[in-house]
Each structure stands twice: as C-alpha cells, then as structure tokens.
Design a protein around this ligand. Structure first.
Ligand SMILES: C[S@@+](CC[C@H](N)C(=O)[O-])C[C@H]1O[C@@H](n2cnc3c(N)ncnc32)[C@H](O)[C@@H]1O
Length: 240
C-alpha cells in the first residue's frame, strides 16, 4: 500500500485548500485544454475538488483518479460516487488497464512553482529515478498524441487563515538544501480554540525546469506549452 502523505490533514484538507483555490476557474481553463477529449487521468486527485467542478461543467467526461492517500481518496469517493474511477496507486508504478487522451496534475504528484524568475518542478516524488519512472508510467498510459498537463501552483508560499475566530489553518513553507539537492517543506497546521488539532508535514523535491524537461523528453514527451504561467503542456510523441 502506498504511503499516505496527507493523512494528518485529511480532516481539514477541504476546509483549508478549498478556501485557497478557485477550483471552478481552474476547471474552466483546463476544459479549454481538453478540447473534445474524453478520457482523462487525474494524477493525485486528492479529495476530488477539481474533478467535481470539471464534471459539473462537462458531465460526459470519463475521469479516472489515482492517489497514494487512502484518507483523501475516501473523501473523493464519498463526493464523486460512481462518476469517476478511483485507484489507490503511486504514479511511479501506475498500472491501469486503460489508455487516456489527457493526464494532468493539479498540485498532485507534481506542480510547477515560480521561484523568483525561475520555474521549478515541485515533486512529491523525491528520488530522481522514481520521477523519471513516473513520467514513463504516464507516457505508457497515454495514447500517441495524448497530452500531459502539469498545472502551476502557489503552494510554495506560507499562508494563514482564520475561520469564525475559533478555527485557524496555516501553511508554513521553508526551502532547504541537503547534499546539493533542493527541497520544500510544507507544514500544515489546524488549531481549534488555540489547540493544535491537525498537523501534516509534506516534503517536496525541487528541480530545475531544464532538467525536468530532459527527463520528459526521454519519456517521449515534447513541450507544446503556449506562453502561459498557468501550466505546461507536453505531448506524447507517436511511436516511430
Ligand atoms: C496537494 S494534494 C492535491 C490534491 C488535488 N489534486 C487538489 O487539487 O486538491 C497532492 C495530492 O497528490 C497525491 N500524491 C502525491 N504523490 C503521489 C504519487 N506519487 N502518486 C499519486 N498521487 C500522489 C497526494 O496523496 C495528494 O492527494
């Protein structure tokens, strides 16, 4: 069973993340990129907040979601029911008996973050060979010409929210170098009447865009991004 990186915040995930993102707006932008494609893979679906919006706007989409977090997937199952297929799988070992037109990650296994003038990949997968393998597994589940969309995120900034004076949520973000490798540590805390009631620390590997794109090319993807800060788009090349 894959490790659940988000168990400690599953009780307050929707309350915190849902307040800080406009999932409706993200869904509308994403639908433009889907065009008329139907078979969609969400890599790191979490509680399904984005998929809920996608299906409200386009109910005929055939969406499959994977995630390593059993606790968040249980919430996705409760809110989405039979509208989606859900699997508790690590994308590094992805093994599904179907192919997709589009795979995307919205703050899931990976996201792009802006660090000053630099774009970095923030990856929940920490080891380089595992990241490489994750891209290969996505490619293996996309039809030729299929698209792989990695959405940008602002999760590399600290955040503090107060709700009704009783509950507060916080995310403290710090950056570390360890043996020449760069990491983000995201520390999520929920307090109720001043008492800590939920806590989760998440570590992410940071990688330079150029390096990431060389891994993506090796997995058979070419960059077809238009000039956008919102996401980067890669297309699976046809087998020669
Ligand atoms: C910040 S949450 C985002 C969830 C959701 N996409 C959203 O927008 O609310 C990151 C999600 O990615 C999942 N995840 C991290 N690494 C993963 C991996 N290797 N394979 C599949 N899911 C992964 C986590 O368990 C978590 O649910």
């Amino acid at each position: 069973m894959p490790t659940d990186l988000y168990q400690g915040m599953s009780d307050f995930y929707n309350a915190f993340i849902g307040r800080n993102r406009d999932y409706r707006a993200i869904a509308m932008e994403l639908l433009k990129l889907f065009g008329n494609q139907q078979h969609i893979l969400d890599v790191g679906i979490g509680t399904g907040l984005l998929v809920e919006q996608l299906l409200e706007l386009r109910s005929e989409l055939q969406i499959t979601g994977i995630d390593t977090s059993k606790s968040l997937l249980a919430q996705a199952q409760a809110s989405l029911g039979t509208q989606v297929e859900l699997y508790c799988q690590d994308v590094c070992n992805l093994q599904l008996d179907k192919m997709f037109d589009v795979a995307y990650s919205r703050g899931g296994a990976w996201a792009f973050v802006q660090d000053g003038d630099t774009i970095l990949l923030a990856s929940h997968i920490l080891e380089l060979d595992a990241i490489e393998q994750s891209f290969e597994r996505v490619a293996a589940h996309l039809r030729d010409g299929g698209r792989f969309i990695i959405i940008s995120s602002n999760a590399n900034h600290s955040k503090q929210d107060e709700l009704d004076g009783e509950v507060s949520f916080g995310r403290t973000v710090s950056k570390h170098w360890v043996d020449g490798e760069q990491y983000l540590v995201l520390d999520y805390r929920c307090h109720r009447q001043g008492i800590l009631t939920g806590h989760q620390k998440v570590r992410m590997r940071l990688l330079e865009l150029e390096y990431v794109e060389s891994m993506l090319r090796a997995a058979g993807f070419q960059n077809i991004s238009y000039d956008s800060h919102e996401c980067r788009i890669y297309q699976k090349e046809s087998a020669k």
